[in-house]
Write a protein that binds this ligand. Structure first.
Ligand SMILES: *[C@@H]1O[C@H](CO)[C@@H](O)[C@H](O)[C@H]1NC(C)=O
Ligand SMILES: *[C@@H]1O[C@H](CO)[C@@H](O)[C@H](O)[C@H]1NC(C)=O
Ligand SMILES: *[C@@H]1O[C@H](CO)[C@@H](O)[C@H](O)[C@H]1NC(C)=O
Ligand SMILES: *[C@@H]1O[C@H](CO)[C@@H](O)[C@H](O)[C@H]1NC(C)=O
Length: 304
């Protein structure tokens, strides 16, 4: 119990020092972002941290669509086992796949294969990163005050727990209700519509059955993509570690969501909703995207 209370406190104190007290000295922040659109709003946070006198190191894959060297952080790239062209092609193909209309089961199976394929690549680079003793020792001796990471790919979360650095999560959501599970918030499927069901909170009996069944299929996808991170965490910490335990390490959860879009539900005091940050970088939609949205088509280019 003692340690469970200790970590959130440490993190909160860290966060207060970083954000609220302009007269404190700058802190050292290790940022472990997730590629793609995930980086865009995190980048603004990093810029703001820099403006407040904090030192930020961004640990990022060397192959990346959006993460580039900038003057407000130190970029520390790590090697990955794929090329930029191959990576971009794969991401675009697979995102389009997710929006294919047609047989649900067929699309689901194709999508599962694709997710398996991508997560194998992503996991392999995480494995190389965490097995790189030189790098780990360097990070460990750099005395970071806090880790800022998006846990949707939990590589940064595993690293933060391994190095025992207080952690702030910055995320939209986690699949399979892992965020609710890790924060111990209820998310009853009799009331909260599951992802991809397109149901509202008013469901008849059959819709409720559907709402129960969809998450089971998704659970399989989560199992496929998360189990390998659990094994990695268990190997590093030399005991059985679940994903929820890795996620529990976070002191503060910053959600890029807003209750304008979400169903009301109980939350914990360390969950903060900062949905407005998604609008920091607004620009007019291109006509291609407006047309696509109008016709319920999907183009990866419109969100990436
Ligand atoms: C991923 O897909 C590519 C082709 O798109 C294939 O060559 C590769 O073997 C697949 N990798 C895995 C781990 O399934
Ligand atoms: C380990 O990390 C160091 C420092 O970032 C880097 O120079 C080295 O190439 C990495 N080793 C491997 C095997 O990736
Ligand atoms: C980090 O450094 C501390 C103190 O030097 C040491 O006890 C700990 O084992 C190191 N952790 C890792 C993951 O290397
Ligand atoms: C959206 O589609 C409808 C019917 O297909 C069309 O009448 C309308 O002009 C479209 N709107 C835009 C903004 O393209």
């Amino acid at each position: 119990m003692a340690t469970e209370f200790h970590m959130p406190l440490q993190g909160l104190v860290g966060l207060l020092l970083l954000c609220a007290l302009p007269w404190t000295e700058g802190g050292k922040v290790l940022v472990i972002p997730v590629e793609g659109s995930h980086w865009l709003s995190m980048r603004d946070v990093v810029r703001e941290l820099h403006a407040h006198g904090h030192q930020t190191v961004v640990l990022a894959p060397e192959v990346s669509v959006h993460i580039k060297k900038e003057d407000f952080f130190t970029l520390k790239p790590y090697a990955v086992p794929y090329t930029k062209q191959g990576y971009e092609r794969k991401i675009t193909q697979n995102i389009n796949l997710a929006f294919e209309t047609g047989n649900y089961v067929k699309t689901f199976l194709k999508l599962t294969e694709a997710i398996k394929n991508i997560s194998t690549d992503v996991f392999k680079s995480c494995l190389d990163l965490l097995h790189n003793e030189t790098l780990i020792q360097h990070l460990n001796s750099s005395s970071f005050d806090v880790v800022l990471t998006d846990p949707v790919l939990p590589c940064g979360a595993v690293l933060a727990k391994y190095l025992r650095i207080p952690t702030v999560f910055f995320l939209l959501y986690l699949p399979c209700d892992k965020d609710s599970e890790a924060t111990q918030c209820p998310s009853p499927s009799s009331y909260i519509p599951s992802l991809l069901t397109r149901l509202s909170d008013h469901m008849d009996f059959l819709q409720r059955v559907k709402n129960m069944l969809y998450p089971l299929a998704l659970k399989y996808v989560c199992h496929v993509s998360f189990t390998q991170f659990e094994s990695l965490a268990s190997e590093l910490l030399q005991r059985e570690v679940s994903l929820v335990e890795v996620l529990n390490h976070a002191s503060v959860w910053l959600f890029r969501r807003d209750f304008v879009f979400d169903y009301p539900r109980p939350i914990m005091p360390n969950m903060v909703f900062i949905g407005g940050i998604n609008c920091a970088n607004r620009k007019p939609l291109s006509w291609v995207c407006i047309e696509a949205i109008n016709q319920s088509l999907f183009y990866a280019e419109c969100i990436f």
